[in-house]
Write a protein that binds this ligand. Structure first.
Ligand SMILES: Nc1ncnc2c1ncn2[C@@H]1O[C@H](COP(=O)(O)OP(=O)(O)O)[C@@H](O)[C@H]1O
Ligand SMILES: [Mg+2]
Length: 342
């Protein structure tokens, strides 16, 4: 999540999601958002909150049924732009995840969200989260995603430290598969990091230990325009430790940007340490721009020496000095680990 900006937990309603965000309350009015028949939800429904304290309402509240179809269950995460909730699709009787932008978000954020939905939907791959729908319900934009029952790599690393050398390299190989699919669909992800990677148990992936790594969050995604000087990256948001030098410098990005981010993520998966994290954003950015990555083999002696070279090539400061595409990187990655395809 971009920041931990807390949303108030008590306001049980959906507010009209428009530029003039204070225009009205729409819970259970007009048929789009209805309350589930629980005492708790009914209690909330009776609430008629006011918006005069600068308090931002939550776009989704446990128990409501959006559009007569999606029952909102527990929250999964909340971030700078919006929230992700577990939900149940009552029509098809299946679990889903709903991602919404917070009511009152700036027009630019809403445009980004639409682009996020379109970019995510344009990539079809087992290691990329699947979009099921994108709907406006009472002006709230709702991205309906397959629900990934699993744990982010961030949580895994926080709990376990470096991953074991069976799983880690295989997860990262799956990440390369996901990135190759993105680039094939002419999409650069630009936000590859452990928070945006979910490991789910999936019997269909029995040959990989039944675990499937899934890339989520195309919020910073961008159509790929290689060698076009007009695609400079603009403002950097969020934690800069995972960004490639060209992103921090506002220079054009392309698939090699994702390759750099893969390198940063891989280093962390294999060592349990954040590669460029320093005290404060400035020091971190300076490290991204100038620090040579320390040896992964010194930090983790059982990592094969060939992996060191593969990662260094991914982490070159100048995109021209990196792997030119994910396919060559993936071939080298598999050779270095003696991985078969799975
Ligand atoms: N389809 C999904 N199924 C389950 N959890 C998800 C799904 N998509 C996202 N999440 C969880 O929600 C968190 C935030 O989602 P993300 O798309 O990364 O939003 P943000 O743009 O706020 O970072 C993720 O880190 C992950 O833990
Ligand atoms: Mg995210």
């Amino acid at each position: 999540m971009v920041d931990r900006d807390r949303l108030p937990g008590s306001a049980g309603f959906v507010r009209r999601h428009a530029v003039d965000a204070d225009a009205g309350i729409v819970l259970a009015e007009g048929g789009g958002v209805t309350s589930q028949q629980t005492p708790r939800a009914r209690g909330r429904r009776a609430l008629r909150p006011t918006f005069d304290s600068g308090v931002r309402p939550r776009p989704l509240v446990e128990g409501i049924v959006l559009g007569g179809r999606y029952r909102v269950d527990a929250p999964i995460a909340e971030g700078g732009m919006g929230e992700v909730h577990a939900a149940h699709d009552l029509t098809l009787d299946r679990p889903v995840a709903l991602k919404v932008v917070r009511p009152g978000a700036a027009e630019e954020e809403r445009r980004r969200f639409l682009r996020e939905a379109a970019l995510t939907a344009s990539v079809r791959h087992p290691n990329v989260v699947r979009v099921l729908d994108f709907v406006f319900i009472e002006d709230v934009a709702v991205l309906v995603l397959e629900r990934l029952a699993g744990t982010t790599l961030r949580v895994r690393i926080e709990h376990e430290g470096a991953l074991d050398l069976e799983r880690g390299p295989r997860y990262l190989d799956q990440l390369l598969g996901a990135l190759a699919a993105c680039h094939q669909s002419r999409v650069v992800h630009r936000d590859v990091k452990p928070e945006n990677l979910i490991v789910v148990t999936d019997p269909a992936h029995a040959s990989c230990g039944a675990e499937r790594l899934v890339l989520v969050d195309f919020g910073l995604g961008k159509p790929l325009a290689r060698h076009t000087p007009l695609t400079a990256d603009g403002v950097v948001v969020g934690t800069p430790g995972y960004y490639a030098p060209e992103q921090l410098l506002g220079r054009p990005v392309d698939e090699r940007t994702d390759i750099h981010q893969f390198g940063v993520t891989a280093y962390e998966v294999l060592t349990g340490r954040r590669l460029f994290e320093r005290d404060g954003a400035h020091a971190t950015m300076l490290a991204v721009l100038t620090s040579e990555p320390p040896s992964v083999c010194e930090a983790r002696p059982k990592v094969p020496p060939a992996v060191e070279g593969v990662l260094r090539h991914a982490l070159a400061k100048d995109p021209e000095d990196r792997w030119g595409d994910v396919a060559s990187l993936r071939r080298a990655w598999r050779r270095a680990w003696s991985l078969g395809a799975c």
